[in-house]
Ligand binder design. Structure first.
Ligand code: PEP
Ligand code: MG
Length: 591
């Protein structure tokens, strides 16, 4: 008989709004899959044959990966896999596994994992940094071998057994890029923050999510448990009792009604009561985001995160392929702006082929334009595809992760060369295409005035700007309490950017997650931001809010917020104002 379990709550970070009631599918980390099993003497040979097959398969996979990396990147980059191949040839490790299986009569997965983990632990403690790095190679290879031993596919998210709430240690952006959306009712993860890309993807797919539920909930939730995921408050209810289910079912109906109400307002101008009109635009990850952008009344695409086009691809999409995607979006948007951001891979958006590097600090490492300035042909292919698409609509180019003028100059030079090539081949493009940059590194915000002389617009990437200004990893739930978008240091940097833009008469947008949070809207508008770009479904509440504000009131709030030394004071000011003008939005957004 199934054990009857009591209802209990697990708290995490609310990452994507909505309520889901459903059955848990618990995905454990690879090492948790390994069971310890006794085998008979007769089974030893077949267990060792399994190990041999898994090693051969792993070798084939690594060689093929190395090959692809060599073709796409450089020979030097491909060499990192030599170290992986050496692990496979490590006789000491493999002999020890073989002997132990025969001696202890245990299944080979268990013995291999235990032995590999011991090697990793010993090597990680060695004083020589070169040797310490080898521990990571062994870890990578061991994970592959175990997956192959167990014939596990890389992501079970690709083949869900029906509608489920995904409960996992982590769900990566590459998982979310291939996920079967119809079957995912919600995500609940142990790690992650509000602006990690998993959370951003969940919001964009309109899937409720709670992330960063730290207290080891994988041990507390079982496969098949009934769960409620409350993406508004960041709560997971395990084994809810009938009265809790009723409360949440009512809440679900109420929120559905509330959100569908915004669709009726999607044609209204986002204009303040005293006549200031702002732009509300949509952030998309691919062409599939365009219908939602239009349905929710976006004035254009403010951020197209193109890296999602090949986060799981085995190679770089060709110029033709990219051109067909970009030009289709441009023409589907019928003259409304489409800001295409060049690839921003790296950080928490990793691709097995393009970013196969193990970096100690990926957010401070080889990311976005840093990668593409080295692999210039990527940048050229993409820029040519974007330029050609500009003949089909109102396309703009945006460069991410700019830290200073020199980098931007290099990019503008490449862009000029791409234009010259297209001219020579007689391919049409918009000669006056606007070029902008993400302002998301504090140095760029400080140098805004110099940068403003070189571009047509700024888009403030608050997700990264907050992370880099406050030195708080945006994906790390342990420091999530320090991730404060209203921190005066962040606000003052934003003010510097707006002032520089004003002086140089260029427009400025915010495309980080801050743009979609009603609590921040008065301060962003009060600072003088012209455009807010967000997941399409977040546009409704912000439009309604903007239409109830007065510019002179929010300017006052922003001015006071800039002088505060405590982010809580800025938040209090904003909330007091919102409680007055928009109690409906306040009560629904933070229920
Ligand atoms: C940002 O940093 O705010 C941003 C919009 O870019 P991303 O979230 O893709 O890093
Ligand atoms: Mg960013």
């Amino acid at each position: 008989m199934k054990e009857k379990r009591n209802e209990f709550l697990i708290h995490g970070i609310p990452a994507s709004p909505g309520i889901a009631i459903g059955t848990a599918l618990v995905i454990r980390k690879a090492e948790f899959f390994i069971e310890e099993r006794n085998i008979t003497q007769d089974e030893v040979a077949s267990e060792l044959a399994r190990l041999n097959d898994a090693i051969q398969l792993t070798k084939k996979q690594i060689l093929s990966l190395q090959n692809r990396v060599q073709t796409i990147l450089t020979e030097k980059d491909a060499q990192i896999f030599d170290a992986h191949l050496l692990v496979l040839d490590d006789k000491m490790l493999m002999d020890e596994v073989e002997n132990t299986v025969g001696k202890e009569l245990k299944n080979v997965d268990f013995v291999f994992n235990r032995t590999a983990q011991r090697y990793i632990a010993t090597i990680s403690k060695m004083p020589d940094p070169y040797l310490r790095e080898r521990a990571q190679d062994i870890r990578d290879v061991a994970e592959r071998i175990i997956k192959n031993l167990q014939s596990k596919t890389y992501s079970i998210l690709d083949r869900l057994p029906g509608q489920r709430i995904i409960v996992a240690h982590d769900v990566t952006p590459s998982d979310t890029a291939t996920i079967e959306k119809e079957n995912v009712q919600a995500f609940a993860t142990e790690v992650g923050g509000k602006t990690s890309h998993t959370a951003i993807m969940a919001r964009s797919m309109q899937i409720p999510a709670v992330v960063g539920a730290q207290n080891l909930f994988l041990d507390k939730i079982h496969n098949g448990d009934l769960l409620i995921v409350d993406g508004y408050l960041g709560i997971i209810v395990v084994n809810p009792q009938p009265n809790t289910l009723k409360i949440y079912a009512d809440k679900e109906t109420e929120t559905e009604k509330y959100y569908s109400g915004f669709l009726k307002e999607s044609r209204l101008w986002p204009e303040t009561l005293d006549g200031f009109r702002i732009q509300l635009a949509a952030n998309i990850q691919g062409p599939e985001g365009v219908p939602d952008a239009k349905r929710y009344g976006a004035a254009g695409i403010g951020l197209f995160r193109t890296e999602y086009l090949f986060i799981n691809a085995k190679e770089l999409p060709t110029e033709e392929k990219q051109f067909s995607i970009y030009s289709k979006i441009a023409s589907d948007m019928e003259g409304h702006q489409v800001v295409i951001r060049t690839f921003d891979l790296g950080g928490d958006k990793l691709s097995e082929v393009i970013t196969p590097f193990n970096e100690p600090n990926p957010f401070l490492g080889f990311r976005a334009i840093r990668l593409f300035l080295e692999y210039r042909h990527f940048m050229v292919t993409q820029l040519k595809a974007i330029l050609r698409a500009s003949a089909f609509g109102n396309v703009k180019i945006m460069f991410p992760m700019i830290s200073g003028c020199e980098e931007l100059d290099q990019l503008l030079e490449i862009l000029a060369e791409c234009k010259a090539e297209l001219r020579q081949s007689g391919l049409p493009f918009d000669e006056n295409i606007q070029v902008g940059i993400m302002v998301e590194i504090p140095s760029a915000a400080i140098l805004a005035e110099e940068l403003a002389q070189k571009v047509d617009f700024f888009s403030i990437g608050t997700n990264d700007l907050v992370q880099y200004t406050l030195a708080v990893d945006r994906t790390n739930e342990k420091v999530a309490y320090l991730y404060q978008p209203l921190h005066p240091a962040v606000l003052r940097l934003m003010k510097n950017v707006v002032d520089a833009a004003k002086k140089r008469r260029i427009w400025v947008s915010v495309c980080g997650e801050m743009a979609s949070e009603p609590r921040f809207t008065p301060i962003l508008l009060g600072l003088g931001i012209h455009e807010l770009s967000m997941s399409p479904s977040a546009i409704g509440p912000i439009r309604r809010l903007a239409r109830r504000m007065r510019m002179f009131e929010v300017e006052k709030i922003a001015a006071t917020a800039l002088k505060t030394s405590d982010p809580k004071d800025a938040m209090r000011l904003s909330e007091e104002y919102l409680n007055n003008i928009a109690p409906d939005i306040m009560s629904m957004s933070f229920k």
